[in-house]
Design a protein around this ligand. Sequence first.
Ligand SMILES: *Cc1c(COP(=O)(O)O)cnc(C)c1O
Length: 952
Amino acid sequence: MSVEPSSTSTAPSAAAFADRHIGARADAVETMLKAVGYDSLDGLVDMAVPAAIRQNFPLVLDPAKSEEETLAALRRIAGRNKTAVQMIGQGYYGTHTPPVILRNVVEDPAWYTAYTPYQPEISQGRLEALLNFQTMVQDLTALPIANASLLDEATAVAEAVLLMRRSNKSKGNAAVVLDSELFPQTIAVVKGRAKALGFDVIVADLGNGLPDGELAGVVLQQPGASGVVRDQSSLIADAKERGALVTVAADLLAMTLITPPGEQGADIAVGSVQRFGVPLFYGGPHAAYMAVRKGLERSLPGRLVGVSKDSAGTPAYRLALQTREQHIRREKATSNICTAQALLAIVASMYAVYHGPAGLTAIARRAHDSARSLATALKTAGVELLHESFFDTVTARVPGRAAGVIAAAEAKGINLRRIDADTVGISADETTTPAVIADVAAVFGAAPAESAEGFDLPAGLLRTSEFMTHPVFSSYRSETQMLRYLRRLSDRDLALDRTMIPLGSCTMKLNATAEMQAMTWPEFASIHPFAPDSQTEGWRELIADLEEKLAVITGYDTVSIQPNAGSQGELAGLLAIRGYHHSRGDVQRNVCLIPASAHGTNAASAVLAGMKVVVVATAADGAIDHADLRAKIDANRGNLAAIMITYPSTHGVFDDDVRDVCEAVHEAGGQVYIDGANLNALVGLAQPGEFGGDVSHLNLHKTFCIPHGGGGPGVGPVAAKAHLAPFMPGDAATWTGGEDIPVSASRFGSAGVLPISWAYVSLMGGEGLTSATKHALLAANYVAARLNEYFPVLYTGKGGLVAHECILDLRELTARTGVTAEDVAKRLVDYGFHAPTLSFPVAGTLMVEPTESEDLGEMDRFIDAMIAIRAEIDQVAAGDFTLEASPLRNAPHTAVVVAANEWDRDYPREQAAFPLRSLRMDKYFPPVGRIDGAAGDRNLVCSCPPIEDFEN
Ligand SMILES: *Cc1c(COP(=O)(O)O)cnc(C)c1O
């Protein structure tokens, strides 16, 4: 073997990674182009993308790096962060992620590449994990119904405040009271929401009782931000006596030891589950929870997993009720939450499954004992403590010495919380060792305590009720059992590691392993969001660099990656528009125009930003109805705040006249919000900031390769022109009430997953990203061209082309044969596919987005399946079998059904299970048949059912 002298070897070819990311090889591109009727990719792109919006310069970023170079760059950046023992607390704590969960959930594509479980038959594994999450939350809070999940503790409290106001309508616009013991970032986020919606929030020390006056709701925290643990039952009773609803932000680990909110009389409990095995990640992603008392379940925001039955009567899980609330209720939606933090909720639930009730209690006790031992040492040394009753957080008064104490601790590699010049907070957790406690004691001038004395939790507040008694929380104690449980669940599901997920609007593209690797490195994962800037230089370099590149890509002047989902980016962008109008004295500008076809979060976000939604009609060709747009602009001229448009539209088409739409709105004094969820059709070819947008959000969990995680994490950066820069989201921890309203608990939102997008941009470079866009357009047009004669493509633009996705119209077939889009979606499961987007944005259709990452073979496999399904529809039309007895209506077919001794269907078993020869080697059998959603909604069961239910 000869080795080239290194001086002549070049870095791996710049195109190398792009060629891995993009599925189609050169010969496949030829084949696809031919099918669409073009002889060059650029020819197709020039026809598809309107000249009026094309950027006339190449996207220039740093040249593409190889995987090795990118990982080396990430290592250099990570090296600029400093790990430390994190005792700052304030909602973020050290935790051990059990390695079996780290590797087999967080780092396992079977879990992290899964989509949101809207198709329950292929999602039973993650639905079970999420149901475990709900059951764990219900038990620990002692409230009967919990969701799965919310974005972070601060926004969860904001959602709870809105829920209390909605459920307490008789109170009109009465104030909501927040205890001053809430974390500062929580208070800031709630005040920001209240500012947009125009209601009063009072912050008061409720240790002295409730303030006078009408109250709609009260929010307490247990334990308080100062660490204090108080009996809140009489305060809660007082509040309820006065007609207020009560929310408690509760630390679930502490709830293993102290009386939970449900038993104290609270209506709602919310909080973060970060310390259940989810790394600190410099502030996120972490899952939050919300649990409510009976009677409030139908106004619960976020997703709710429920139990129903499948076609054979077997218990089966699916998302219940308000699953797609924003899509159904739109401007009447009560929350804009869509993508939440499913993967992190799954991590937390598995942490609970692995440790069980006794294990969690022992972890809580250890944290409590560490804090008690520190308190004993400090008290012995004469240091004044703020509270004798605490869980994990000791607050010490050191007049004038806080800075010195904190610096001394930092010198020992320990971060403490500076509350003010005289006060220091120290939070213990499951990772705290006696040596650390001794070091902390020493910086206060105290000797370590021999043993912890006193500082017991109040006797009346000790938890006596059982929790997590369901067998799932006591069945997986050994690592072998746990490993197999994780594998068993993920094997029930279809994720991107097994099949194309052709979901329109969701851009399920490759999540490359090299992109994923850095996020769990300790130099990224173990950094506390409030660590001193000197320890986070790497993080801030990576974030600033990513923000700058996203600005270059989108043509905007400023970007904030704070919003931790697309919906939150929408809210941030609309709040920026609101702030801008207010700064100019245009406080009456509150009308937001939204096309009828918009994603449901658009309308919900507009309402949360304090705006009034006016719907603009869609024309027959799928574009905005211009006559209606003009009429709506004229009718609202003086009050027009904004238009929200999605580009290319949710119909999968580049509208030719988007510049005219933007100009008409600008001319009337409105701002233009361009929903950038479809940016995968634009990167390198056109820039929303250039063709008329004032502000956009992007979805890094779509276009920029952050995996969907079964429904989150997400990152929804908000990008804006310079005039909106003063209104970009500020840092909740230091916010002073200005127009820079924060939208997430932590400054950089879901920072932990940003290395993924950063790596993607680094690996692709400007040329690679542009090439990806072109190949995404080609792939969608190939699928459209091949399937059009079987399932007509509903909307097309110039040259009969679509953008990056296409809508297949089944309505005529449905009218003729009764076979629905849902039947086709479920039948695809028998062919081993995840269904496309079902009935959005047009009922009775399927929306397909192949993305650039799928290769021709996989697209053909999908097309073959669709053609075979069309033949089955024709069999229904021809009377070969009735609709009711067809393989379509009876799909998907489980192994149990196919292998049963009895078979009385009008089609053979082989057609049921192996409709194509190619399925023989790699057959996926769904664990359950078609699920009856309506039955589950009528009889709502949202916690783990007893095991016996699954017998027979
Ligand atoms: C996905 C999507 C959103 C919402 O993003 P989330 O991260 O789920 O909140 C908004 N608009 C469009 C067009 C989308 O496709």
